[in-house]
Design a binder for this molecule. Structure first.
Ligand code: SF4
Length: 483
């Protein structure tokens, strides 16, 4: 089956525990599917291998098996999320040891640290900085013998010890996104298992729910302090001034393919404008086209009742939920950290409205926010408990310690947000995930401490919240009628 033009290798986040290796964060960036499909439609052959999934299926799996079988000319490794910092480089090293393929990295983390990646790791030939569609097409053309890599837009490469670029820039528009198809997940080896496991990363036991991530657009209109995908990052990395959307028609085409592939729930995490004009058109089309699928929709701000009704009418209720991240019970902390602010009373009224509309909801909280101390976190505990006791449509609530995200406002302006950075370079992210993969204790787990809280305390606060949630859920199971 050799002679594939481009092989996309998805890295894994491996954690070595006393019980053995666990693979975390299974999702593949949506753009990887779009790129592989774009290459296929342009006359090249492309495949995707999820190395973590393959290791879960067969612990003796080695990436060299895929390289030998497919003999790619170019290997694309997504380094979008920082949690793949270590494994992306490990994979690049393997490609160099076991094949003659060129290695290109892309994604937000790779874009942000492009120069360091090329200066420090000889196994990385190229980095695509920002949008990758046209660059990947031109790079493939060049690597397969018909073009010059030095002319590829958004591409950085090494010449001797110097990092260089073509000087050509490409910023994708909404029209460009409309030329993409994001649902060709059959290009992924073992895709049928992937859609079962993408929402469950703790065990390889097929679940009834199957999920696909839906590409709706790119960018954000606000800046949450902790987010590496905020407006600031899109402006500085991508040169994108405002969010862009695909057309509702293209999104529905992908939903239709999801349905045909047996995907029961579409994961939708793109909500940059509170007026949500785009979604009214999309929901109408989903209904008109009679697409039968559930939606896990992550709202980035509170919605009105009309939106909730239209949402509920559009999707199969089986796995349909709304998810919101208030992050904290402290209004002053929320104001400092979140781009879309709402007070607690508004949040509670919104939950009440969702209960009336019979829409299940999940909530995410965080510890380690700027301006948060132990007293402020007590407000998070109180709000979480109040919500869980009062609203029966809340199907999940959890709290996580914030991890330092590259290119987030806190990373770029630590003083303004009252944090001390422990991670500054790519090598810091690489090191922490190397430690996780090898079962060692990393020098820092979160990459920062705040002016009020050190790392152990931040981690402990999240644990306390989750213990409270578990005990409330257990007591509700034991006494379902007790309020
Ligand atoms: S709303 Fe906040 S968390 Fe969501 S993408 Fe925008 S900046 Fe990031």
């Amino acid at each position: 089956m050799g002679d594939v033009d481009v092989l996309f290798l998805h890295p894994s986040t491996r954690v070595l525990t006393a019980e053995g290796e666990v693979v975390r964060y299974l999702a593949i960036p949506m753009g990887t599917f779009a790129l592989a499909d774009l290459l296929e439609r342009s006359g090249y052959s492309a495949r995707i291998v999820h190395t973590g999934l393959e290791r879960m299926l067969d612990p003796s799996y080695r990436v060299e098996d895929s390289l030998r079988m497919l003999e790619p000319k170019l290997v694309g490794i997504d380094l979008h999320w920082y949690c793949h910092a270590y494994d992306a480089i490990e994979l690049a090293g393997c490609v160099k040891r076991y094949s003659n393929a060129k290695v290109v990295l892309g994604g937000m983390t790779a874009s942000f640290f492009a120069e360091e990646l090329l200066s420090s790791f000889g196994c990385v030939d190229y980095v695509i900085v920002s949008d990758a569609e046209l660059p990947m097409l031109e790079l493939t053309r060049a690597v397969t013998g018909d073009g010059d890599v030095h002319d590829v837009p958004n591409l950085l490469y090494r010449k001797g010890s110097v990092v260089k670029g073509s000087g050509r820039a490409y910023v994708a528009s909404g029209e460009d996104l409309d030329k993409l198809t994001c649902s060709n997940i059959r290009l992924l080896k073992d895709w049928d298992l992937y859609i079962r496991l993408i929402h469950e990363n703790d065990a390889l036991s097929p679940k009834l729910k199957t999920q696909g991530w839906l590409m709706i657009g790119r960018g954000c209109s606000v800046n949450c302090s902790y987010c590496g995908g905020a407006s600031l990052a899109h402006r500085s990395i991508f040169g994108r001034q405002r969010p862009i959307f695909r057309s509702p028609e293209k999104v529905v085409e992908d939903l239709r393919v999801f349905e045909e592939l047996g995907i029961s729930c579409a994961y939708m995490d793109f909500d940059p404008y509170p007026d949500r004009k785009f979604y009214y058109r999309l929901f109408e089309l989903v209904r008109r086209e009679k697409v039968d699928i559930s939606s896990q929709f992550l709202v980035w701000s509170l919605t009105d009742r009309n939106f909730v009704r239209e949402f509920r009418r559009a999707f199969n209720p089986l796995y349909t939920t709304l998810t919101i991240s208030p992050e904290t019970g402290s209004e002053s902390v929320r104001l400092l950290n979140k781009g879309f602010y709402y007070d607690n009373q508004s949040l509670l009224r919104w939950l009440e409205m969702l209960e009336e509309e019979m829409v299940p909801v999940e909530l995410y909280f965080a510890s380690g926010l700027s301006g948060e101390d132990v007293e402020e976190f007590k407000k998070t505990m109180r709000l979480g408990e109040r919500i869980l006791r009062a609203y029966h449509n809340v199907v999940g609530a959890s709290c996580s310690p914030l991890f330092l995200e590259p290119c987030s406002p806190r990373f770029l302006m630590p003083k303004k947000y009252g944090i001390r950075l422990k991670f500054k370079r790519f090598s810091d992210f690489y090191e922490v995930y190397r430690c996780f993969a090898e079962g060692a204790v990393p020098p820092s787990r979160l990459g920062y401490e705040t002016e009020h809280l050190d790392e152990p305390r931040i981690i402990e606060l999240s644990s306390k919240f989750n213990e409270m949630v578990n005990s409330l859920m257990m007591s509700e199971k034991a006494n379902p009628m007790v309020e």
